[in-house]
Design a protein around this ligand. Structure first.
Ligand SMILES: CC(C)(COP(=O)(O)OP(=O)(O)OC[C@H]1O[C@@H](n2cnc3c(N)ncnc32)[C@H](O)[C@@H]1OP(=O)(O)O)[C@@H](O)C(=O)NCCC(=O)NCCS
Length: 203
């Protein structure tokens, strides 16, 4: 694990309070616990198990924002599921999920997680895709509304070069608010880029 990067620029957070680091190894995650507010995907205990599982995958990477041994936000990378169209591409890596506990939101933690993760040179070898299913969004608490939340996600992703792309992937089109965002790493070859472009619209 790299030395934790202290957050200096976050609004209202003391820089000694929260650190953002990754990829965090399973052995480190096992010593931590998830903040009880991290429930967007599944209950915190089960989500920690899921994070440990991802960190054990050969390509899996977990980035964590933590306050002591408590994870208050995280971001995951893994290969697309075998049921996904993108699993047929050899250089696609999926940004699986990003979540920050409600009590720590709007302080720059989500942005810092993304910036730290995309500073890893490994991502330059991949086409990173983010498949944003709107049913994971916290519409109730943010009161942003579907379109407002969608714009917020597009804005956050833009900060690290993940750009919204059109596709006829049924996982995306089944709900018009879903977002598909893509970042092509600078070491990805033209053949892989062309293959990816040809996969955007397949029907
Ligand atoms: C999406 C999420 C990770 C953002 O985390 P965060 O730590 O609050 O993000 P930041 O503080 O870095 O804010 C990033 C930008 O979004 C804006 N933003 C965040 N929450 C907002 C809200 N409720 N209303 C308006 N804008 C908001 C911030 O103002 C900031 O914009 P700016 O950089 O232009 O000023 C967090 O809201 C979350 O965990 N949501 C639930 C899970 C989820 O929806 N995950 C995404 C799907 S996988």
């Amino acid at each position: 694990m790299r030395e934790p990067e202290l957050i200096h620029s976050l609004q209202g957070i003391n820089s000694s309070e929260v650190s953002v680091e990754g990829p965090v190894q399973a052995v480190e995650l096992e010593k931590m616990h998830l903040n009880q507010g991290l429930t967007s995907f599944r209950p915190p205990d089960r989500q920690l198990e899921a994070l440990i599982k991802i960190s054990n995958l050969p390509e899996g990477m977990i980035y964590a924002a933590r306050n002591g041994q408590e994870i208050i936000g995280y971001l995951t990378f893994h290969y697309p599921s075998k049921y996904s169209r993108w699993s047929n591409h050899p250089r696609v890596l999926e940004l699986g999920g990003i979540e920050v506990s409600p009590e720590w939101r709007r302080k720059g933690v989500g942005t810092t997680l993304l910036k730290e993760a995309f500073a890893n040179p490994v991502v330059e070898n991949y086409i990173v895709v983010a498949i944003e299913f709107c049913w994971h969004w916290d519409l109730k608490r943010t009161k942003l509304g579907l379109l407002g939340y969608r714009s917020m996600m597009i804005n956050i992703f833009n900060k690290v070069g993940l750009k919204k792309r059109a596709t006829d992937d049924p996982d995306i089109t089944e709900e018009p608010a879903n977002v598909f965002a893509v970042r092509i790493g600078k070491n990805v070859g033209q053949k892989d880029i062309s293959l990816f472009e040809s996969m955007l619209f397949m029907h």
